[in-house]
Design a protein around this ligand. Structure first.
Ligand code: ADP
Ligand code: ADP
Length: 221
């Protein structure tokens, strides 16, 4: 699903955030990306969402070479990718329903289809009863679950999450990880950047470790 071939990213100003990273993530896998703050996790994810371009090397996702995508291709490619942010980035003065509906409305889906799919996504994260609430009326864990519903509402092939439990206590973090696990169990490829080593250690998934922009050796890469 994801192939990095000797990918380096040097920012303007000369800082090399990723150095010759090569790795593969298979379709249907769930993988953690870990490392200290500044190790390059966000850069890795920003390359995968085509927010950033590599300085050198090739990235292929689901057969597509990201380096060669046009602006139009990128918009189309992003429809297949669900993104979960640490701070969920919900619109606070809009209902939970409208927040989750946003990607479908942008994609021009018909109102009946929007309603059906938003409810299905909210049902999966256990928040169907709160569709009329505003995010401000929800707890931190619930807000993050709305962010996940919004990420999965388009039925993406790939879910990317950047520190999705960064603001949550351990019990809520486990709930969130279980949600990702459920989406993975129905075939979605999941990549989660996290520096919560305690949480990752308790889960039995492959871990890619970054240290100062380099991928640490692992027998499974
Ligand atoms: P995190 O550890 O959660 O990824 P960071 O503090 O490293 O957060 O970065 C937050 C944002 O700020 C990132 O999106 C990154 O693009 C930007 N950023 C980080 N470091 C720099 C920098 N030295 N110069 C410019 N932008 C930066
Ligand atoms: P992480 O997510 O693991 O904290 P990042 O990918 O955010 O790491 O950052 C890796 C390194 O790249 C950091 O030293 C950061 O300061 C730097 N960096 C990130 N974004 C930018 C940017 N837009 N411009 C310059 N430097 C950046």
């Amino acid at each position: 699903m994801i192939h990095f071939d000797q990918v380096s990213k040097r920012y303007d100003g000369g800082f090399e955030a990723l150095s010759s990273v090569s790795c593969s993530i298979e379709k249907g896998e769930m993988v953690f990306l870990t490392g200290h703050s500044g190790a390059g996790k966000s850069t890795f994810l920003n390359l995968l969402t085509a927010i950033e371009k590599p300085s050198s090397g090739q990235i292929r996702v689901d057969g597509q070479q990201l380096n060669t995508l046009t602006k139009r291709d990128i918009a189309f490619y992003r429809r297949k990718v669900g993104i979960v942010h640490q701070d969920h980035q919900l619109i606070m003065d809009q209902s939970v329903f409208n927040n989750v509906a946003q990607p479908l409305l942008i994609a021009g889906e018909a109102p009946n289809e929007v309603k059906r799919r938003v409810r299905a996504a909210l049902d999966k994260v256990g928040l169907l009863s709160k569709e009329k609430f505003n995010p401000v009326q929800l707890s931190g864990g619930e807000q993050q679950r709305v962010g996940i519903a919004r990420a999965v509402v388009k039925k993406p092939d790939l879910i990317l999450a950047d520190e999705p439990t960064g603001n949550l206590d351990p019990e809520l973090s486990r709930d969130i990880m279980n949600l990702f696990r459920q989406f993975n169990e129905v075939g979605t490829t999941v990549l989660i950047a996290s520096h919560d080593l305690g949480l990752i250690a308790r889960l039995d998934y492959r871990v890619l470790s970054l240290n100062q922009g380099k991928l640490l050796a692992s027998p499974f890469q």
